[in-house]
Design a protein around this ligand. Structure first.
Ligand code: GDP
Length: 334
């Protein structure tokens, strides 16, 4: 078996044939933070074929405990049963900050992890959110080139990770919960603005009634928000990842969203996302360089003291940081 460090083109060809160890290698290559590996990763990516038919990219988000991994496990099983090949990727903001992880553990989806028609890849374990976003969008390319036609990108509902994932997928699915006394849990306003579909999960057993009531309530609220809007109003569904109840409804609704966008609309959306991601990546790289810059690090503590002491205004401190930063050579550093 070829190795990406010696023959990235051969690895790309093996990826195109669906070779699992080549896929794993290719993703390792693009996740590498070593700048010397970048040209190799680029060569590998260039060699990948573009899928002939449009793939389905779905983002799945929700607070920890909402049932994401359980849902993806049964959703993935249903899809592979329908003849799809399913890739699962994760964007885990906690791994960015602490190198620990809320998502990403393969054992969270034991069945899908060993399913020959699925490929589960945990979130890159370190890096900035921009770096993780870059790896994830490239990993998506790799899986699509390998013949995976449905890509599920999972993220925890924290901070910027949701909006980042939203710029990588066709349809953004938000999983919520209903509980008595606290009708809707973990549904933040910002999230509803990017959700294409909302599903109140764990709608089974004693929770089913509350879930349905919460879904109706949220649907009514959303209709109000979207009044006068000609476009897509996010449908609010109920489902149970645990029992599989109505997860087929979620899949059908994803199909409806795609029909609504149409092939040209989907393509336009992806191009726009690509451009948005371009700038996100540039900003992330610049922020990284700023954080690593030796000159900036050298003056940071001193400036902080001055700002805290009231001796220096923010604008002056910022000017000083930028002056020091501009004075350094800035290649992609190690
Ligand atoms: P995640 O943190 O969002 O990935 O959530 P998990 O999938 O790990 O689920 C958290 C807990 O909720 C686990 O104990 C699951 O067994 C339970 N759970 C997940 N989905 C369902 C569901 O559809 N119904 C019920 N009743 N419990 C669920």
């Amino acid at each position: 078996m070829a190795h990406w460090r010696t023959d990235p083109e051969a690895v790309a060809q093996a990826v195109a044939l669906g070779d699992r160890s080549a896929i794993a290698q290719a993703i390792t290559a693009i996740e590498s933070s070593n700048p010397r590996h970048r040209p190799l990763a680029r060569r590998l990516l260039q060699e990948l074929p573009t899928p002939e038919t449009m793939t389905v990219r779905v983002g799945i988000s929700g607070v920890p405990g909402v049932g994401k991994s359980t849902f993806i496990e049964s959703f993935g099983r249903m899809l592979t049963g329908m003849g799809h090949r399913v890739g699962v990727l994760a964007v885990d903001p906690s791994s960015v900050r602490t190198h620990g992880s809320v998502l990403g553990d393969k054992t969270r989806m034991p069945e899908l992890s060993v399913n020959p028609d699925a490929f589960v890849r945990p979130s890159p374990s370190s890096g900035t959110l921009g770096g993780v976003a870059k790896s994830t969008s490239q990993a998506m390319r790799i899986l699509e080139a390998a013949g995976y036609d449905v890509i599920l990108v999972e993220t925890v509902g924290v901070g910027q990770s949701e909006t980042t994932v939203a710029t990588m997928v066709d349809t953004f699915l938000f999983l919520g919960l209903a509980r008595t006394g606290d009708q809707l849990q973990g549904i933040k306003k910002g999230v509803l603005e990017i959700a294409d579909i909302v599903a109140i999960n764990k709608a089974d057993g004693e929770h089913e009634k509350a879930a349905r009531a919460a879904a109706r309530e949220l649907q009514a609220a959303l209709r109000m928000v979207y009044t006068g809007h000609a476009g897509w109003v996010p449908p609010v569904l109920t489902c149970s990842g645990l029992t599989g109840l109505r997860i087929d409804d979620v899949w059908q609704t994803i199909g409806k969203h795609r029909d609504y966008l149409g092939e040209a609309g989907l393509l336009a959306k992806r191009r726009e996302q690509e451009w948005e991601l371009t700038w996100k990546l540039v900003r992330a790289e610049l922020e990284d360089r700023l954080a690593r810059d030796g000159g900036v690090r050298a003056i940071r503590d001193d400036l902080r003291r001055q700002v805290f002491g009231g001796d220096l205004a923010a604008a002056q401190a910022a000017d000083e940081i930028l002056r020091v930063f501009d004075a350094q050579p800035h290649g992609p550093s190690a």
